[in-house]
Structure formats: structure tokens, C-alpha cells
Design a protein around this ligand. Structure first.
Ligand code: URA
Length: 306
């Protein structure tokens, strides 16, 4: 793609100028319990049956309300908004925004440059209302990369993914399988907080997709974990609901190589539906097994069990 043909509205000066300034085994039950008011694996079937699966038909209003209680967009319901929400449209041609994103993402030769190019990208209106660009946390080059949907208010304030309530639960989930932020790398499909934690529009997702895809390629993990339906739908192209899709390993072509990817439940959803932690726990154990077995082996074909 020749970036000279892209409009200034998409490729801002800073981006154009950037020629680049460049195991542990699963923890004991007590730690798992700290993920949940009940043991993560010990919920009764009756209790689990009581918590209804999230409805795909959830309206955006309900989604936003639910998200507000967790400080982040509702991750399990990914309704396709019928129209762009306020703040989404900034008069950009959507195709031009995507083309600009593709050019900037492809031009980045490392994560620092990708971040710089993203910061200079003006093709997503969410940048206008967000305080921070929330790019990543953790360690690039880690074997595990986790990808959420979009930052919430605390993430926007601190400029880091998953530092609010759902992030605290995510930290406990990781700790339960012997991981922490130094042993994973964390990003989001959308790097700017949607106002009021509303669901990002398809246009906003499309404009940001080249960046998260390139971020995965450059971070080069062995395992990709998509947190919640919006992330899984965007990256793994799952068409079923998250409760059906979660826990199943599938191939993911990063652009550099094929790795294993799995969708699991988003911590914000688990805060609202604690009884579902037993499912997330299964997925985490599958990840732990895959890590222990070495890249590929335990993650081949099998799933974490529904
Ligand atoms: N939810 C997400 O999907 N990402 C964050 O960074 C925080 C909450």
C-alpha cells in the first residue's frame, strides 16, 4: 500500500513521520477459590444452570448498563449496533480509515513503532473522546497473549489494559495457573475507551483491526486467548455464542506463523456471573496444560471441555 495516496485525515503527521524513533502447575484450591465465591471447579450443576447464558439479543442500552457496573464494555454480548453511536463518526470514509490502518500497521517493524503509528492514526473517532491510548501491558515475547475488547474508565485513566475491577480478577485468574503480567502480554481489539463504555461500532472495530492483528504478529505468542465474545468474534471469527465457542483451541495465523487460539469468558462477565467461573477455570487449566506440554502439543485439536 502506498501511503502517499492516503488522506491526511487518516495518516497524521506523527504517524507519517515515524520511520521509527524507532510454569508452574495449577495453584492449590485456595487460590482458585479466590477467583470465585465458590470453588472454581466445585459449582453444582444446579447452580450453574440457574445462570442463564448471555443473550445475543442484548440491547446496547442493557449492555452499557451491565458494563458500567464492571467498569468496562460488556464483553459477552456483541450486538452489532444498527447505527454508529455518537462520537463514532468523524466524517472519515470507513474504507479509507481501514486502508490507512493497514498501511500504518504493516509499516511498523516492532511494537514500539506500532504503538507510535497507532497514536498517530486518526481513522477511529474514539481517539477524540478517550484520554489515553491503551496499547498493552505485560511482556512482549511472552508465550501467552490475552486480548480484550476495549478499555474501560480505569484503563483510560491509567493508559493500561485491564487495571480496573475486571483486571484485578484477571490477575487472580492468571495467578491460579502460575502466570502474572510478567509472563503474559495483554492488548485490546480497540485501544481507546468508547464513551460511556458503549459497544464499539463495526466501523470502529474495522478501523482498529489491522493494528491488533499486527500487534499479535509482532508480539509473536505461542497462545492467543481472546477474552470475551467481541474479541473472539473479531479475531477468531467465531459465529456461535461465547459459551459455545469458549474452551476450544483453534489455529490462528498471525501472519508470521500459525499458533493456537482459544476464546474464554471475559472477567467483566465473570464479575456479573460468578457461577460461570468454573468454565473459565476449565479454559485456564487447558492453557496451563498447553504451556506445560510445549507449544502446540496439548493445544492440538482438543478442547477444554464444555
Ligand atoms: N475490558 C477489556 O476488554 N479491556 C480492558 O482493558 C479492560 C476491560
Amino acid at each position: 500500500m502506498d501511503r502517499r495516496h492516503l488522506s491526511k485525515s487518516v495518516l497524521s503527521c506523527s504517524a507519517m513521520a515515524c520511520s521509527r524513533a524507532a510454569p508452574t502447575r495449577a495453584r492449590a484450591t485456595s487460590e482458585i477459590e479466590s477467583m470465585s465465591p465458590i470453588t472454581a471447579s466445585g459449582i453444582t450443576p444446579a447452580a450453574s444452570a440457574r445462570s442463564a447464558p448471555p443473550s445475543a439479543a442484548t440491547t446496547r442500552g442493557a449492555t452499557a448498563r451491565a458494563a458500567d457496573s464492571a467498569g468496562a464494555p460488556s464483553p459477552e454480548t456483541a450486538p452489532a449496533p444498527a447505527r454508529a453511536a455518537p462520537g463514532a463518526a468523524v466524517g472519515l470514509d470507513p474504507q479509507e480509515a481501514v486502508a490507512g490502518a493497514q498501511a500504518l500497521a504493516a509499516a511498523a517493524t516492532d511494537l514500539a513503532m506500532l504503538r507510535e503509528n497507532l497514536a498517530g492514526f486518526d481513522g477511529c473517532g474514539l481517539k477524540l473522546s478517550a484520554k489515553s491510548l491503551v496499547f498493552a501491558d505485560g511482556t512482549s515475547g511472552a508465550r501467552v497473549m490475552l486480548v480484550g475488547e476495549a478499555p474501560g474508565s480505569e484503563e483510560d485513566r491509567q493508559g493500561k489494559p485491564f487495571v480496573g475491577r475486571s483486571g484485578q480478577l484477571l490477575d487472580r485468574m492468571l495467578a491460579a495457573i502460575g502466570l502474572d503480567r510478567s509472563s503474559v502480554y495483554i492488548g485490546n481489539v480497540i485501544p481507546w475507551r468508547p464513551p460511556g463504555n458503549r459497544t464499539p461500532t463495526p466501523q470502529e472495530v474495522a478501523a482498529c483491526m489491522p493494528f491488533i492483528r499486527r500487534q499479535i504478529e509482532l508480539a509473536d505468542p505461542d497462545f492467543l486467548i481472546c477474552l470475551g465474545a467481541p474479541s473472539a468474534q473479531a479475531l477468531m471469527e467465531i459465529s456461535t455464542g461465547i459459551l459455545k465457542a469458549r474452551g476450544r483451541w483453534q489455529d490462528f495465523d498471525t501472519g508470521k506463523r500459525v499458533i493456537r487460539a482459544m476464546a474464554t469468558l471475559h472477567p467483566a462477565y465473570l464479575l456479573r456471573q460468578p457461577s460461570q467461573k468454573r468454565l473459565a477455570w476449565r479454559d485456564l487449566r487447558a492453557l496451563r496444560r498447553a504451556l506445560d506440554a510445549g507449544a502446540g502439543d496439548a493445544a492440538t485439536g482438543s478442547d477444554a471441555g464444555g
